[in-house]
Design a binder for this molecule. Structure first.
Ligand code: SF4
Length: 277
């Protein structure tokens, strides 16, 4: 199984860094806000913070608004390359809408194992409409740029299927996204069903249930099914917005923009970390 699928389908502890910065898009459902910080030592302090996180955390995700637009992205690539060369993590990936991937090219593959590209629709015009910009890459752009990134574990495409769609429309979107992912050369597709505060109890819709499940897993914040659809690995998942709301589960180590390390996305439940000597 490739490393991105392994990341999606197990509950190993991971660290996630929320990079300060901005976004080129204006998605109507976005709940994040552009937030920069003026600390020129941010990357140095981020390294010190990550070094305080326990060594059994073997996976690192970089997220934010549009990560490639962060004023710290260039330096972050160097930091991740250092971690990669020193085998600090078993797997590192970047969340992005694809905006500046062409600018960074193979530096991305030197610093990450995989990238997770958000896409809201299979078709470019609808995708631009939902992102509120045509600065996100087209399918053709992605097909051209992905081999240039030299990623060991390739690319995952990530999309959300909302509740306002009928079952038939949901299946159309899923099959459309499968075709689009295959066209650009992605290794897998992650379909997130609309997030709710509590983990959903209902099963998948009938047409998805009929497809063989290769793997099923659940934890207090996420429930997922791994399937193969038209020869592509597809992870179908229900996720809570805030995985620690209803349990004391240690979801992971979320490094907030101010470098607090918390168990929750909102930044309220702090981990107590001690400096390693
Ligand atoms: S791409 Fe992500 S961060 Fe940017 S507006 Fe859309 S949802 Fe928000």
């Amino acid at each position: 199984m490739n490393k991105f699928l392994d990341y999606c389908t197990n509950t190993d502890l991971h660290a996630t860094v929320i990079l300060p910065g901005y976004c080129n898009a204006k998605c109507p459902f976005c709940y994040d806000l552009p937030q920069n910080i003026s600390d020129l030592d941010y990357i140095k302090k981020l390294k010190e913070t990550l070094e305080q996180i326990p060594d059994n955390v073997r996976k690192l995700a970089i997220t934010g608004m549009e990560t490639t637009m962060s004023p710290f992205f260039d330096e972050l690539l160097d930091l991740n390359k250092y971690f990669k060369d020193n085998k600090k993590y078993d797997f590192m990936f970047l969340n992005t809408n694809g905006f500046l991937l062409n600018k960074y090219g193979s530096r991305i593959g030197e610093s990450f194992d995989s990238i997770n590209i958000s896409r809201h629709a299979a078709n470019d015009e609808d995708n631009y409409k939902i992102f509120g910009t045509n600065t996100v890459p087209s399918l053709y752009d992605l097909k051209e740029i992905i081999p240039e990134l030299k990623l060991e574990s390739g690319v995952n495409i990530n999309t959300v299927v909302t509740d306002d769609l009928s079952d038939e429309e949901k299946m159309d979107k899923i099959y459309g996204m499968v075709d689009a992912s295959k066209y650009i050369g992605a290794n897998s597709l992650t379909i997130r069903f609309e997030a709710t505060d509590r983990l959903r109890t209902e099963p998948l819709i009938d047409d998805l249930n009929k497809l063989e499940t290769l793997q099923f897993n659940a934890n207090p914040g996420c429930k997922f099914w791994l399937k193969r659809i038209n020869d592509l690995y597809v992870v179908l998942k229900y996720v809570t917005k805030e995985p620690t709301s209803y349990s004391d589960w240690n979801y992971g180590y979320i490094v907030q923009r101010n470098l607090d390390v918390t168990r929750d996305w909102a930044g309220c439940k702090k981990h107590t970390l001690t400096k390693k000597l």
